[in-house]
Write a protein that binds this ligand. Structure first.
Ligand code: NAP
Length: 247
């Protein structure tokens, strides 16, 4: 088990789904965690309750990461409360399943603003702080579709591919400052993001996964622990695919 006692983490999009699972793994490892969410205060409070059940320390901050000033406020509140931030997990993201020709400008602006600009906004606001401390760890949650592209998820795939290259480029720039930047590319993970699938479609999708099942948020949370823990100190600029062998 990784030991993150004394470390402070921000996890964006942590009111539910993968973000919540990441938070709980970080708390179990001893980290204090700032939970970010956009609008779902009730679910964010539930994540806080789970943290309390684990005897951990957390704080919830409402902020739309697609807006630079709100990302700045999120980072500043975390530093005010805990004095520092060691780990940033850029997890907030949205998808829309549709043919490219059926999408409109509003659709792709939203997906690009949250998935790509949100990651850039939070990283940019925190990096100055991390550089001054000469340490830090940034983990971006991308997607297997960012590696290979998916039909009916063209814009989503494009944003995740961009997140992958942002990860690699930023890792090179920040390595001399002892800041590591990696990404996790999940496969199909059992969260609300996939609630649009019917039971039959879910079964069909499971059959396409060599391991025969969807991943869990905990699978991604444990990978985050590895990427910010002792076992990965010489790893930076990597995209770790966690997809049960699907791609
Ligand atoms: P989810 O269940 O739909 O949860 C999305 C989270 O993002 C929520 O906490 C939501 O907050 C937050 N969020 C959305 N827009 C935001 C914004 N502008 N600012 C701040 N927070 C915002 O999604 P998920 O399945 O856990 O996915 C998490 C990440 O994993 C995403 O980046 C996604 O692309 C990636 N991923 C997921 C899968 C999958 O199969 N589920 C596969 C590959 C990659 P509110 O609750 O307040 O709305």
């Amino acid at each position: 088990m990784e030991d993150l006692k004394g470390k402070v983490a921000i996890v964006t999009g942590a009111s539910r789904g993968i973000g919540r699972s990441i938070v709980l793994e970080l708390v179990k490892a001893g980290a204090n965690v700032v939970i970010n969410y956009k609008s779902n205060e009730k679910e964010a409070n539930k994540t806080l309750e789970y943290i309390k059940d684990l005897k951990g320390i957390g704080m919830a901050v409402k902020a739309d990461v697609s807006i630079y000033e709100e990302a700045r406020m999120l980072v500043n509140k975390a530093i005010e409360q805990f004095g520092k931030v060691d780990i940033l997990v850029n997890n907030a993201g949205v998808s829309k399943i549709a043919l490219f020709m059926d999408m409109n400008e509003e659709d792709w602006n939203q997906i690009i603003d949250i998935n790509l600009k949100g990651t850039i906004n939070c990283s940019h606001n925190l990096v100055k702080h991390m550089i001054s401390r000469k340490c830090g760890c940034i983990i971006n949650i991308s997607s297997m579709w960012g590696n290979i592209g998916a039909s009916c998820e063209t814009i989503y795939s494009a944003t995740k591919g961009a997140v992958n290259l942002f990860t690699k480029a930023l890792a090179k720039e920040l390595a001399p400052s002892n800041i590591r930047v990696n990404a996790i590319a999940p496969g199909v993970i059992d969260t609300e993001m996939n609630n649009w699938l019917s039971e039959d479609e879910k079964k069909g999708l499971e059959d396409e996964i060599p391991m025969g099942k969807f991943g869990s948020g905990q699978d991604i949370g444990k990978t985050v622990l590895f990427l910010c823990g002792e076992g990965s100190q010489y790893i930076t600029g990597q995209i770790l695919t966690v997809d049960g062998g699907m791609t």
